[in-house]
Design a binder for this molecule. Structure first.
Ligand SMILES: Nc1ncnc2c1ncn2[C@@H]1O[C@H](COP(=O)(O)OP(=O)(O)OP(=O)(O)O)[C@@H](O)[C@H]1O
Ligand SMILES: [Mg+2]
Length: 358
């Protein structure tokens, strides 16, 4: 393997990469504010994402966690401007301070795949079966950057190497069907990082893979971040996946925030009953965080059309006051202490509260 020194960013970054990335910066690269997405369907209005806000800074990995249908993918597609035309999107998505929600298609295409890139879940579907892997990675570069053929090839080989594909100069010429599932996922990652994106969105990049390969893919993401300082959004339904890699976590439920905080706050001081339920259902977890009275989360996630009144989690919540606030009022997302947010009416007293329905 060609050994690229992680401290030598110039080797890896394209010549025209933004200087701020190399220098490192603390202002948010991406700010999502009050993002709301609805779809008009024959069955009614789908409330896919409701009033979601978060920031991502350079070099940070943000985990977005929630059950199926909680609005994780729709949030990421909204950021990338990839939602179907019929979607009603409101709020703001600021990239380096500039609102990119609703900017024209050309401007968006410039950003997409270059400054903001996405790793899709289904690597097989995303790769073209009749083109070599090397060709496809090269194409991802040439859409945005004018490199000579030789430079482009060298870059592709460097990328394949970076994502852990051995013998990259041989693999370059192979077709997707000659790659295993894990290797295809790596090739997809190579494509998505081809232009050193500032923001990398990975939507369930490991779900289809076995545990060992999952861990390797997560390791690749970390390695990329070490070299490019990108902000990574890691979307998963599995809180366990974010434990080792995320810096901060957003827990989503029914299109809304349930909780947001550092990975330690979420794991060791969860302030939302839904987060506690997710933790309790993890196979291995520090005993301190698990209230013995809690069981796995009973019931199913709600429909996005008929979202329960008040706190959407109330029908499944062991702590809910079913005669009061939890049923009548949407709990606001409150900052409990320096960036640890919870949208539970009882967030501040949750530790002392005896769950009435456990
Ligand atoms: N194009 C669409 N038209 C109508 N409803 C949609 C559309 N896309 C998504 N939805 C709905 O929006 C809600 C949120 O979907 P989303 O795909 O974001 O969930 P998710 O959290 O990514 O789930 P999963 O873990 O299964 O991937 C769901 O109820 C989904 O059915
Ligand atoms: Mg999804």
């Amino acid at each position: 393997m060609t050994d690229v020194d992680p401290t030598d960013l110039d080797t890896f970054l394209l010549p025209d990469a933004p200087a701020a990335m190399v220098a490192g910066e603390t202002a948010p690269l991406l700010s999502v504010r009050n993002l709301t997405v609805q779809f008009d369907t024959d069955d009614g209005i789908v409330h896919a994402v409701d009033d979601v806000s978060f920031d991502m800074v350079a070099n940070e990995t943000l985990g977005i966690v929630g059950e199926s249908g909680s609005g994780k993918s729709v949030t990421s597609l909204a950021i990338l401007g990839l939602l179907p035309k019929g979607a009603h999107v409101t709020g703001e998505v600021r990239f380096r301070g500039e609102n990119i929600l609703g900017i024209n298609d050309n401007a968006l295409r410039e950003l997409r795949g270059d400054r903001i890139a996405m790793i899709f879940q289904d690597a097989l579907a995303a790769l073209n079966p009749v083109l070599t892997v090397g060709h496809q990675v090269a194409e991802a570069i040439s859409v945005h950057h004018d490199l000579s053929r030789a430079d482009r090839e060298a870059r592709v080989i460097e990328l394949l190497d970076l994502v852990g594909i051995s013998q990259p100069d041989q693999r370059y010429k192979q077709y997707p069907h000659e790659f295993s599932g894990g290797m295809r996922q790596r090739a997809m990652i190579a494509m998505s990082i081809a232009n050193d994106p500032d923001v990398l969105i990975a939507d369930e990049p490991t779900t289809a893979l076995d545990v060992t390969i999952q861990a390797q893919v997560l390791e690749v993401l970390e390695r990329i971040q070490d070299r490019t300082n990108s902000a990574i959004m890691l979307i998963t339904h599995d809180l366990g996946v974010v434990a080792g890699v995320a810096d901060r976590v957003v827990v989503m439920y029914a299109g809304r925030h349930a909780e947001m905080g550092t990975v330690d706050e979420i794991f060791y001081e969860p302030k939302h009953p839904y987060t506690r339920g997710l933790l309790a259902s993890l196979p291995r977890v520090d005993r301190r965080v698990v209230n013995e009275r809690l069981h796995r989360i009973e019931g199913q996630p709600p429909s996005s059309i008929f979202v329960p009144s008040g706190c959407a989690f109330h029908p499944r919540c062991p702590y809910a006051d079913l005669q009061g606030l939890c049923v009548t009022e949407i709990p606001p997302l409150v900052d409990l202490e320096g960036g640890h947010f919870s949208a539970c009416h009882f967030a501040k007293t949750l530790d002392e509260r005896i769950p009435p329905h456990a």
